[in-house]
Design a protein around this ligand. Structure first.
Ligand code: CU
Length: 293
């Protein structure tokens, strides 16, 4: 009887292992880890996660190892007798000191990263991000650029019940006008909302921050690679919550400059001529400084 039960167990393990092996090609898209970040800070956060995970796994192996060993080695059928002591100062010191050391060891690098995450000083670019039901508004405080970022028309049309349209690759994850930033520059975001609480989230930057009406929250990121990064609103904000994606285009500085120039160019001739003429009448030195730029 016992023997057939044991056989049944091994058969089950064998079938499960075979099923896993067969399932591997289908599960090729499985991701066992967080994606690598496009920012240095994001990779530090990821590193912290790995550190904590490794410590947890090692503790788990030790604890369950000792538990399993004790259960087998000191089982009743082998004549084991339970010890009768109730206190051990030595054991209490050990099981207090070791966890304290582990927690301090985790707290130091964690605090360092947290402080860095909150440090929005010395930014190269400031963008005010306002959440709306259901879109985002980006205001480039240094350039006077401001625009709304809505879900793209193709996603919008295809999302209508019964539309029967084909869903494109970035369905619900594309916008008409993305946020555009230069690569390798510290971008400070100042987040707020026009109505309810939203959250600006771009997983690859490891940035997720609430946009709360009446409050300015701050965060920052510095993308190390050019490319298109996608995110979503991460705070349930009403009917259109799933229809306010985020797209960030990270480009080289000269491309970014051209993008800014393209948006600010029409106003330039008038805006430049008048102040320069006015400045040169009042303070020629200051005007010279401005024109040498
Ligand atoms: Cu939202």
């Amino acid at each position: 009887m016992y023997r057939s039960k044991a056989h049944g167990r091994w058969l089950f393990i064998g079938i499960a292992a075979a099923a896993l092996a067969i399932a591997t090609p289908a599960a090729a898209d499985w991701a066992l880890d967080f994606p690598a970040s496009a920012t240095e800070l994001g990779n530090k956060v990821r590193g912290l996660h790995h550190l904590a995970l490794i410590i947890c796994v090692v503790i788990g192996i030790i604890v369950f190892g000792v538990l399993g060993y004790s259960l087998v080695k000191f089982r009743k059928s082998q004549g084991a007798q339970a010890a009768k002591f109730s206190h051990s100062t030595k054991a209490e010191i050990v099981w207090t000191v070791i966890p304290v050391l582990i927690l301090v060891g985790l707290a130091i690098p964690t605090a360092r990263v947290l402080i860095e995450m909150e440090d929005t000083q010395a930014a190269d670019l400031r963008i005010k991000v306002t959440g709306y039901q259901w879109k985002w508004r980006y205001e480039y405080l240094d350039h006077g650029i401001s625009f709304f970022s809505n879900i793209d028309d193709a996603s919008n049309a295809a999302s209508i019940l019964g539309a029967g349209l084909e869903l494109h690759e970035h369905y619900l994850r594309d916008v008409d006008k993305p946020m555009v930033v230069p690569v390798g520059k510290k971008v400070k975001l100042q987040l707020t909302s026009n109505d309810v609480i939203h959250a600006w989230w771009v997983p690859e930057f490891y940035v997720k921050r609430d946009a709360v009406p009446g409050t300015i929250n701050e965060t920052w990121f510095k993308a190390e690679k050019t490319g298109t990064y996608r995110g979503q609103c991460a705070e349930l904000c009403g009917r259109g919550h799933g229809f306010m994606p985020i797209v960030v285009e990270v480009m080289e500085q000269d491309e970014y400059d051209a993008w800014v120039a393209g948006l600010t160019a029409p106003a330039e001739p008038e805006a430049l001529e008048e102040p320069e003429a006015a400045v040169s009448q009042i303070a020629p030195a200051a005007a010279g400084g401005a024109s040498s730029r």
